[in-house]
Write a new protein. Sequence first.
Length: 193
Amino acid sequence: MLAMTSKNKICTSKNKTWAAWKNKICISALVLLLSGCGLTQAVTDGTVSATKSLFYKQIKVLHLDFTAREALNTDEHEANSSSEPVMVRVYQLRDDKTFLKTVYQQLASDGEAALKDDLLASRSVVVKPGGAVTLDMPMEKETQFVAVVALFRHPNMAKDHWRLILTLDDLHPDKPRTLELGNNSLTLRAEKK
């Protein structure tokens, strides 16, 4: 009987040791699981960030090239109208609705005031007949549209060729987009594939 009691004590002490180990393993597993949730979230956030940087263009600098034909900003009412330089304004906008409602005279006199609610940044360049100008400006993070206005002497109001609106999809993070000015029109040159 004495032998059985010592065996029971050994079995009981083994059970207690096993129970202690089982508790430690369970607690360790629980800690790992809970910390793993945070790790999983961090990995998920990192994956989303990496995916966005791969598949969505991050435009940090707006690159625009302006080229002008020799016949630039002429007056069709004059027989021998000479070409003249054109002031071009570039606006970075949150939204394009106000810009699309704004008329030429408002943008020519004070475009920044007319667009103040949506305006994030603006620059102006002068393009001479037969000349070319490059514009590189920091892209504001909130920019959704880039509006370009050419202040011609006699813009074609019916065709609305004195202004352009570019979306972020129209832009490239590394290569400039070329805008061509001729007579009294402003056009976006097609991208070379």
